[in-house]
Design a protein around this ligand. Structure first.
Ligand code: ATP
Length: 138
């Protein structure tokens, strides 16, 4: 069955138990779950595709601002379904357009948006592998 990679970001960590309940209610099986502490360099590698974007340094600093939860989620159509479950990137837009989405419920704005989800199957494979090697598996 399909898998995707999810993060609960630092802004939403205090509400992680509610988010995890929502994830299960939406039909995802949590295959793996950990609370890694990636270094600045590991986050820079994880978000390498954004390194030319104006928000890159802020994003890396934000991701290091507190604890996170990393998960491998399984479900039919896991990648698109998880993207739909979390909603639009900007939580302010999510609150307007997808009020039931996790970014609407638990996020704040364009940066502090509660959750990450792999963009496509190739990214899901890369991110699961990256985190398996770096910190997801013992
Ligand atoms: P993610 O990759 O976290 O699932 P996404 O694919 O919806 O999010 P991207 O465009 O890949 O969005 O941006 C990655 C992350 O960078 C966003 O989730 C958000 O935390 C941050 N971000 C995106 N745009 C901005 C911005 N304009 N200002 C600040 N932070 C931003």
């Amino acid at each position: 069955m399909d898998k995707t990679f999810a993060l609960i970001k630092p802004d939403a960590y205090p509400r992680r138990e509610a988010i995890i309940e929502d994830i299960k209610k939406c039909g995802f099986t949590i295959l793996k779950q950990s609370e890694p502490k990636p270094t600045k360099e590991q986050f820079e590698e994880f978000y390498a595709e954004h390194k030319e974007r104006h928000f890159f340094n802020d994003l890396v600093a934000f991701m290091q601002s507190g604890p996170i939860v990393a998960m491998v989620l399984q479900k039919e159509n896991a990648v698109p379904d998880w993207r739909k479950t979390i909603g639009p990137t900007n939580s302010l837009k999510a609150k307007e357009e997808a009020p039931e989405s996790l970014r609407a419920k638990y996020g704040t704005d364009g940066q502090a948006n509660a959750c990450h989800g792999s963009a496509n199957d190739d990214d899901a494979k890369r991110e699961i592998e990256f985190c398996r090697v770096r910190y997801l598996d013992p």
